[in-house]
Design a protein around this ligand. Structure first.
Ligand code: NAD
Ligand code: DAU
Length: 363
């Protein structure tokens, strides 16, 4: 692993991964290709030369572009002699995929296909696949929804995606595996559960609840709030991806999860309690909880069996939900300039308005 192309490195997990990798592997060169959609921001990871905590321009390069642009992707693979691709770029929000699925098919399916074809072509023509790696970052949502008693998803659970988002991710996973079996492209995959932590765009549950509570806005809980996710602190996820890159076996998939499984309403209450402690001004924040119309086709429960990555690669999450939530809330409280910049540049308010009104709420 010498020259790494990170796609979607200006988004939530991708930017955390770039920060993580620069510390873990100080000698690598990183090229970050990102289209800077509403979800991506240089505030997460400013261009080389502008950030205090990023290395010089020799080691880190930001490229503003689309993963669906094959010519651009091939040029980058050749120009920077890329040997490793870590693919995060995606449309990632389920609610948006319900309102408008087209960009999900374009980026998640066509974009992944474009990267695979580019890697196959450029790596194939320049010495073959030895020492190369295509790592695909995917989701537990491809496995569908669990009943309360069902065992957690394992790597062999059959796919059963139920939203346009998860269907597009499932399709991309199948393509990645097909390139391993058909062409021998050295791929690895991770399917992970719900991430949370610094730099998460505030349309997702945890940052949305933190920021709405700080602004005295309603905390919109979908349906009965009893849905269950498997929460994973983003830094733990980055560590898992790094391990898979360095020790994982080509052709293999690894499930990554946090092992934390409270229901949504309990998490929202926990966020309120931590905010009451850290920011007593608006206490009790629980008074802002508002039940709103449920998400159509809302998956009830996800849970990940992480035995494989634990036993084969020795990874285990370092954060439980309480320590992760406290760290996350502290981060949002201590980065008001990031919150202000993201709110301005990304239409965050418009999105909240639209999504909330659709669910029968008024702000
Ligand atoms: P995000 O929405 O925060 O970031 C996505 C990034 O991809 C943004 O920077 C965006 O600008 C970029 N992007 C979008 N379309 C692009 C295109 N066509 N070309 C280039 N860049 C493009 O997403 P995230 O939460 O960081 O998720 C990263 C990956 O992890 C995704 O593949 C997602 O499916 C997967 N994942 C996320 C979670 C989670 O809880 N956030 C859980 C499981 C899996
Ligand atoms: O499971 C992994 C997936 O987790 C990733 O693949 C997706 O990219 C990521 O967005 C996330 O999907 P979810 O739909 O689970 O995340 P979200 O934060 O949107 O919602 C989490 C739960 O909280 C879900 O049950 C819906 C609920 N919810 C969400 C929001 C935004 C609410 O009750 N109110 C809200 O305002």
């Amino acid at each position: 692993m010498q020259n790494i192309l990170v796609t979607g490195g200006a988004g939530f997990i991708g930017s955390n991964f770039v920060h993580y990798l620069l510390k873990a592997e100080p000698d690598v060169q990183i090229v970050n290709l990102d289209a800077l959609t509403y979800a991506g921001s240089l505030e997460n990871l400013p261009a080389a030369g502008c950030a205090k905590d990023l290395p010089d321009a020799e080691q880190y390069h930001f490229v503003h572009g689309d993963i669906c642009n094959r010519e651009l992707v091939e040029d980058l693979l050749r120009q920077y002699q890329i040997d490793t691709i870590v693919h995060f770029a995606a449309e990632s929000h389920v609610d948006r995929s319900i309102l408008g699925p087209a960009p999900f098919v374009q980026t998640n399916l066509v974009g992944t296909f474009t990267l695979l074809e580019s890697a196959r072509g450029v790596w194939g023509e320049s010495g073959g696949f030895d020492g190369k790696r295509f790592h695909h970052v995917s989701t537990d949502e491809v496995f569908g929804s669990l009943t309360p008693e069902a065992p957690a998803f394992s790597e062999t659970t059959p796919y059963d995606p139920r939203s346009p988002y998860s269907a597009s991710k499932a399709g991309s996973d199948h393509l990645v595996r097909a390139y391993f079996h058909t062409y021998g492209l050295p791929v690895t995959l991770t399917n992970c559960s719900n991430n949370y932590g610094p730099y998460q765009f505030p349309e997702k549950l945890i940052p949305l609840m933190i920021l709405n509570a700080l602004r005295g806005e309603p905390l919109p809980v979908y349906g009965d709030g009893r849905q269950i996710r498997d929460w994973l602190y983003v830094e733990d996820h980055c560590e898992a991806i790094h391990l898979v890159l360095t020790k994982g076996k080509p052709g293999e998939t690894y499930n990554v999860g946090g092992g934390n499984q409270p229901c949504n309403i309990d998490i929202v209450r926990q966020i309120c309690a931590i905010l009451d402690e850290f920011h007593p001004d608006g206490a009790p924040h629980e008074r802002l909880i508002t039940y709103v119309t449920d998400r159509p086709g809302h998956d009830r429960r996800y849970a990940m069996d992480i035995t494989k990555i634990q036993s084969e690669l020795g990874w285990t999450p370092r954060h439980d939900l309480t320590s992760g939530l406290r760290a996350t809330i502290e981060w949002y409280l201590s980065h008001p300039e990031w919150v202000a910049a993201i709110a301005q540049q990304s239409g965050y308010n418009d999105w909240l308005e639209k999504n909330y009104a659709k669910r029968g709420g008024k702000r």
